[in-house]
Design a protein around this ligand. Structure first.
Ligand SMILES: Nc1ncnc2c1ncn2[C@@H]1O[C@H](COP(=O)(O)OP(=O)(O)OP(=O)(O)O)[C@@H](O)[C@H]1O
Length: 257
C-alpha cells in the first residue's frame, strides 16, 4: 500500500459535445506534495477539479484515490474519502458567521446523530461543544479567531479566501484542491496567502494541488507544475524546468496571462 500514490489519473478525459475539454490526462500526486496546475484560459484546469471531485463524470480513463476508483462516487462521498476544494469564485455562506461557515465543513467529519440533534440530548451538546472548539482551532491557524462571530460577507476579501480554505480543511482532507486562490488579491494578500498555503501543508500534512495564474505564487511554492493546453498535458516538471520549457513559453507564458 505504501507505493500507492495518493491520487493517480489514468487517461482521464471528458468531452462536451465535440469539445475534448480534458484528454488523456495522466497525473500523480503523493501525500504532502504541493503541485501547481497552470495553463491558458479555457485549457481545462477547473474541469479537472470538477472531475476529481465527482461534479463531472469522465468520458474516458479513471481516477484512483489511494488506489480506489472514484467512478460513480458522489461529491459528498469523495469529500468523505479525503478530497476537499475551494472555488474560483468564493462560495461562502455569506449571511452566516465566520465560525458557522467552518462548522458546516466539520459536519462531514463528526459522527452526527440525528435523534440527539432533534432532542438536544447531552451528547448533542457535547458534540456541539467539540465542534465549536475544533472550528475555533482552525480559525486560529488562519488568524481568524477574532472574526469568529462576524458575518462572512463582512470579512475583507483576502480573509474570505482564507476562510474558504479553513472550511475545506474542516473536512479533514488528504488532498486539497485550490482553484485560483489568489484571484482578485492585492500583492500583500497574495504574499500572505503563499505563507498560509505552506503552513497548511506542514500543519495538516495535506497534499495540495493549486490552479493559479499568479506565476510568482506558483513558481514560488510548488514542487512540480503540470501545464495544460487545450485539455492535454504539455509538461509536468519542476518550476525551473517549466520556466525554461519552450513549448510552455509559447503556449502559456507568451500569452496574455
Ligand atoms: N459543463 C460544460 N459544458 C460545456 N463545456 C464546458 C463545460 N465545462 C467546461 N467546458 C469547456 O471546457 C473548456 C475548459 O474549461 P475550464 O473552465 O476547465 O478551463 P480553465 O482552464 O479552468 O480556464 P480558466 O483559467 O479561464 O478558469 C472550456 O472550453 C469550457 O468552455
Amino acid at each position: 500500500m505504501s507505493n500507492t500514490p495518493l491520487l493517480k489519473t489514468e487517461g482521464l478525459g471528458i468531452q462536451f459535445g465535440g469539445l475534448k475539454a480534458v484528454d488523456e490526462f495522466n497525473f500523480e500526486i503523493d501525500h504532502g506534495q504541493l503541485f501547481g496546475l497552470i495553463g491558458p484560459n479555457g485549457a481545462g484546469k477547473t474541469t479537472i477539479f470538477n472531475l476529481l471531485t465527482g461534479v463531472y463524470t469522465p468520458t474516458s480513463g479513471q481516477i484512483l484515490f489511494e488506489g480506489q476508483s472514484l467512478a460513480h462516487k458522489s461529491p459528498t462521498k469523495i469529500t468523505e474519502l479525503g478530497i476537499a476544494r475551494t472555488f474560483q469564485n468564493i462560495r461562502l455562506f455569506k449571511e452566516m458567521s465566520v465560525i458557522d461557515n467552518v462548522k458546516v465543513g466539520l459536519h462531514h467529519s463528526e459522527e452526527y446523530n440525528l435523534l440527539s440533534a432533534i432532542f438536544h440530548t447531552p451528547s448533542y451538546f457535547k458534540g456541539e461543544e467539540k465542534m465549536d472548539q475544533d472550528a475555533r482551532k482552525l480559525l486560529a491557524v488562519f488568524g481568524l479567531e477574532a472574526y469568529a462571530d462576524v458575518k462572512a460577507s463582512n470579512l475583507p476579501y483576502g480573509k474570505q479566501r482564507q476562510l474558504e480554505i479553513a472550511r475545506a480543511l474542516g473536512t479533514n482532507p488528504k488532498l486539497l484542491l485550490l482553484d485560483e486562490p489568489a484571484a482578485g488579491m492585492n500583492p500583500t494578500e497574495t504574499a500572505e496567502l503563499m505563507k498560509t498555503i505552506e503552513l497548511v501543508r506542514e500543519k495538516f500534512n495535506v497534499a495540495i494541488l493549486l490552479i493559479e495564474h499568479d506565476m510568482k505564487l506558483v513558481m514560488g511554492i510548488c514542487e512540480k507544475i503540470a501545464v495544460l493546453n487545450f485539455g492535454t498535458m504539455l509538461a509536468f516538471d519542476t518550476p525551473d524546468k517549466i520556466k525554461n520549457n519552450p513549448d510552455v513559453i509559447e503556449a502559456y507564458l507568451g500569452s496574455d496571462d
